[in-house]
Design a protein around this ligand. Structure first.
Ligand SMILES: [Zn+2]
Length: 645
């Protein structure tokens, strides 16, 4: 059983060094295991020269394979960088430049390409950020199985709701492999652990208590060790191609960036990359040339003798695997994440020991003399600057042509449904936006607040957001988050004030308007609630909760006709919505349409005989028609149901 596989794999492997070897037979292609470790700085891995952490699994893979010393991600945020790994494309080409932007089916993923060649494909993710049902639509393209999070989490804890421990992720992968033993497999395993907040489990929490980020890395490494040992036990390790890569790094306070996403410095773009080949070919090789994470997909295809799609931005690393490639590759960096906060997006080019960062205040670093990128040598006349600017301009032209061709209204509808419309600016008007370098303290605080809110530490979240507003009183993201926080903690007047201010800065933020509508309704300002909800629905018409609330507000304002319109619109959005049906009945009663509404309520009293509100409204309808006995009966029923409740 193992023999044909081994034979084939030797063919693949030697084919990679001696190009004359005939291509391997499809039936016995090697398994491919792609392991992405989130938020992993290259310089925090033991085999990359860091002695404050133990990463025996990564070290062993590097010893058995090829370690790339200088590998770079084009994006410092999770879903964008993973999409680049899985498509071999730069962010501006695949278009997934923010959370929840769907990956177009035009861009085939690694899984889709291998599935066509008979691979069995599965993905195991460690964070909801990569969930294809919510924040990463389309990323499941080509996977037979994609291990999304449950739609309704049973827990309020972080674990299981938004994040999974590495050991749980690999257990899921191992279970799937055990029940799907027929190969060849392409399995992607995502270990999220080093992402903040840094909370490694025992014994790592104790061992690394002074540097918990490293503790998370050591823990993720232990999960990797578990996976490798599973593959070894099954006899699948030796012949497999195993690729391990970081999706991006972590600021750790360098350039004042605590986490990642805003900047394009090496702290967040330099990642570890290790490739183990079948039969441990080229074991122990260290490649110093600069390569990119977008090169992984073309490398895998090349090793399997599958023709590369001509559209890829990445290129095969085969020449480096055979130790013949010495020239480094130009690495581009792109981040649109600053746009979320109203700041300018950044672009970068890294080549020949230089890094150019295109920003309102441009930067140039001589990486050989200044690897920490501390001394900005930018000079508009410098020919290197001119050259790298023109490289970025050429790339920008290509990507904007592509964006225009692939933009679809379906995608923007999906986005609207997820509430993302209006919170992002477009790159075209970015010239006038502030440089993120001048705003990074705010982003650190906003991030702290987000994590604190997630963990239900409300006063920590509030104080971080208030600090942002001390730095910039009209910061729209902070105003909106603070408004939402006060709304949830019951200070409706304060919430309404913050949300109103947020909308003054960003009038197209339909979510802020909806929150403001809720806050005003709760504080009894019905006219204010009406205005905010109307504004929200004008921007995003398909919001059921906003329709229902606006209907209720119109009832309170004694405008039953307008209320009925809203409840009818709500029923168009969801014909089964009980709230919409009841609201509509209530509006008709307020309009004295007793005879019209009675049959509807009678039907509802049969289909939903335990809902006291149905019988309350039924009593009102009977009363309006002068049927006192029936009204009395319905009232008694409503009271009994309420008492049982
Ligand atoms: Zn990430």
């Amino acid at each position: 059983m193992r023999l044909p596989r081994l034979a084939c794999f030797l063919a693949v492997c030697s084919g990679l060094i001696f190009a004359t070897t005939p291509p391997a037979r499809k039936a016995s292609q090697p398994d491919i295991f792609l392991i992405t470790i989130d938020t992993l700085r290259a310089d925090h891995v033991h085999c990359y020269g860091y002695d404050k952490v133990e990463t025996p699994a990564l070290d062993a893979l590097a010893a058995a394979g090829i370690r790339f010393n200088q590998a770079f991600t084009p994006s410092p945020i999770t879903n964008t960088s993973h999409t680049s790994i899985l498509t071999g494309l730069l962010p501006s080409m695949h278009g997934v430049t923010d959370f929840a932007i769907p990956l177009s089916p035009d861009h085939e993923t690694w899984a889709a390409l291998l599935k066509k060649k008979g691979y069995h494909t599965a993905a195991f993710i460690g964070a909801v950020i990569l969930d294809s049902k919510t924040l990463a639509p389309g990323l499941d393209q080509g996977f037979d199985y994609y291990d999304n999070f449950p739609e309704h989490a049973q827990t309020k804890e972080r674990w299981g709701r938004v994040e999974r421990r590495g050991m749980d992720v690999v257990s899921d992968a191992e279970r799937w492999l055990t029940s799907h033993p027929a190969g060849p497999h392409f399995v992607w395993v995502h270990l999220y652990d080093p992402h903040d907040p840094y909370e490694p489990p025992a014994p790592f929490a104790d061992k690394y208590k002074e540097h918990l980020y490293d503790g998370e890395i050591a823990y993720a490494d232990s999960a990797l060790a578990n996976f490798v040992s599973y593959l070894t036990r099954r006899g699948w390790y030796e012949n497999a191609i195993v690729m391990v890569v970081g999706d991006h790094g972590e600021g750790l306070g360098e350039h004042h960036e605590d986490t990642h996403g805003i900047f394009l410095y090496d702290s967040t773009t330099h990642v570890p990359l290790i490739v183990k080949l079948p039969a441990k070919a080229s074991a122990g090789t260290v490649v110093d040339a600069q390569v990119r994470t977008i090169d992984l997909l073309p490398t895998a295809l090349d090793l399997l003798k599958i023709p590369l799609p001509s559209t890829l931005n990445g290129e095969s690393l085969k020449t480096y695997l055979a130790k013949t490639g010495e020239q480094g590759r130009t690495a581009y960096g792109e981040t649109d994440y600053p746009l979320r906060f109203g700041w300018a997006p950044l672009r970068s080019v890294r080549e020949n020991g230089l890094k150019f960062i295109q920003a309102p205040k441009p930067e140039l670093y001589d990486l050989r003399a200044d690897p920490k990128e501390l001394t900005n040598k930018y000079d508009a006349q410098n020919p290197n600057v001119t050259k790298m600017e023109s490289l970025l301009a050429a790339l920008g032209e290509k990507s904007s042509a592509k964006t225009e061709a692939s933009a679809s209204s379906q995608n923007s509808d999906k986005l609207k449904a997820l509430g993302y419309t209006g919170t992002t600016a477009t790159a075209t008007d970015s010239a006038s936006l502030p440089d993120p370098k001048d705003k990074i303290e705010q982003q650190n605080l906003l991030h702290t607040a987000m994590i604190a809110s997630d963990d239900n530490r409300i006063s920590d979240a509030r104080s971080a957001l208030e600090k942002v507003l001390q730095l910039e009183p009209k910061q729209p993201t902070a105003l909106r988050q603070l408004g939402e926080l006060e709304l949830n903690s019951g200070d409706f007047a304060k919430a309404a004030d913050h949300l109103k201010s947020a909308r003054e800065v960003r009038p197209d933020d339909s979510t802020a308007a909806f929150y403001e509508g809720q806050a005003r309704e709760k504080s009894g300002d019905l006219a204010g609630a009406r205005d905010a909800l109307e504004a929200s629905l004008k921007l995003t018409p398909g919001q059921l909760p906003a329709r229902l609330l606006l209907g209720k507000v119109y009832l309170g304002l004694k405008d039953p006709k307008a209320a009925e319109d809203q409840f009818e619109a709500a029923q168009l959005l969801d014909s089964k919505s009980m709230d919409a049906q009841l609201g509509s009945a209530e509006a008709q009663i307020a309009e004295n349409n007793f005879a019209d509404v009675l049959p509807t309520l009678q039907t509802m009293s049969q289909s939903d005989p335990n809902n006291p509100r149905v019988f309350e409204l039924l009593a009102l309808a009977y009363k309006g028609l002068g049927k006192t006995a029936e009204a009395q009966q319905a009232e008694t029923r409503a009271a009994a149901l309420k008492a049982n409740h």
